[in-house]
Design a protein around this ligand. Sequence first.
Ligand SMILES: NC(=O)c1ccc[n+]([C@@H]2O[C@H](COP(=O)([O-])OP(=O)(O)OC[C@H]3O[C@@H](n4cnc5c(N)ncnc54)[C@H](O)[C@@H]3O)[C@@H](O)[C@H]2O)c1
Length: 321
Amino acid sequence: MRSAQRRAALVTGGAGFIGGHLVERLVADGWQVRVLDDFSTGRESNLERVADRIDLLRGDVRDTRTVARAVEGVEVVFHQAAIASVPRSVADPIGTHAVNTLGTLQVLEAARDAGVRRVVYAASCAIYGDGSELPKRETLPPRPLSPYALQKHAGELTCRLYARLHGLETVALRYFNVYGPRQDPNGDYAAVIPRFITACLAGAAPRVYGDGEQTRDFVAVRDVVAANLLAAEAEKASGCVCNVASGRETSLNELLALVREHTGATAAARYDPPREGDVRRSVACLDHAQESLGYAPRVALREGLVDTIASFAAAARGSFS
Ligand SMILES: NC(=O)c1ccc[n+]([C@@H]2O[C@H](COP(=O)([O-])OP(=O)(O)OC[C@H]3O[C@@H](n4cnc5c(N)ncnc54)[C@H](O)[C@@H]3O)[C@@H](O)[C@H]2O)c1
């Protein structure tokens, strides 16, 4: 796969929401891209714009031979594959552990064997749990509140261990609440931005759990992709764990007001009881990401929402986003 001119990357979970955007950007930047995905939540439509320019491997990150094949000739691995669901991890801690924790170990071990230069790992702000300290800094003690958060933290620690023990360069990125075109709006635990947009476009009542004054740090998928590219290159970043976020705190009521403004929706919101385990406030400190990776968010929430709403509206009309 390696050629003199083109650099080779593997994106695990490349058919997913974030992975698909990352693959498109890597292809646009001239990388030779291989995707490993089992399509459990990933979709072919996430890759349709680049389908003829990538090497697509259908397979499972739990499978040693498949992963060994996937990393062959690769310089950088972007490890996005996971069962990215808190409730699923509560319902099936062993099955999700196999994918999220052991799958990550498989990827690191195969990368080490194959002489991959760097692995960039998709970690999560779920690791912070419900600690009251704000903003969230990477030095805070982890407080996982779900098997998912624990598994993501284990993946992060394993990345760091491989950097120290084996000299495999690794960078873990703690994504906060990522949003953007093509994010799945379906299911009870779908992310809030696609849920609000879909409801508002359909003229239905957006559903809010709790009083809507809980806050989140919403980061555009474009910024997450940019952080991954920086993490692939940044010198002296190996072994680092960095927040990837907007650094802005937004309440769900503020978010809903923006979505209404840009969709012209008028239906009143429906306020349901708060969900157990939901964090009250969340916002990231980005100092470490800035120092270690040179990362700074570029997409303001208003701008990112306009793009996302346009893509959802286009999809609802049956055209491409
Ligand atoms: N979306 C967010 O806000 C967010 C926040 C924090 C962290 N993350 C992390 O970012 C990564 C991508 O998340 P996403 O939102 O794009 O989710 P997603 O579900 O759209 O993507 C995950 C991808 O992994 C694939 N996958 C799952 N199990 C697999 C297996 N055993 N073998 C191969 N492929 C497998 C899925 O088919 C899917 O394409 C995940 O690691 C997730 O934990 C996401």
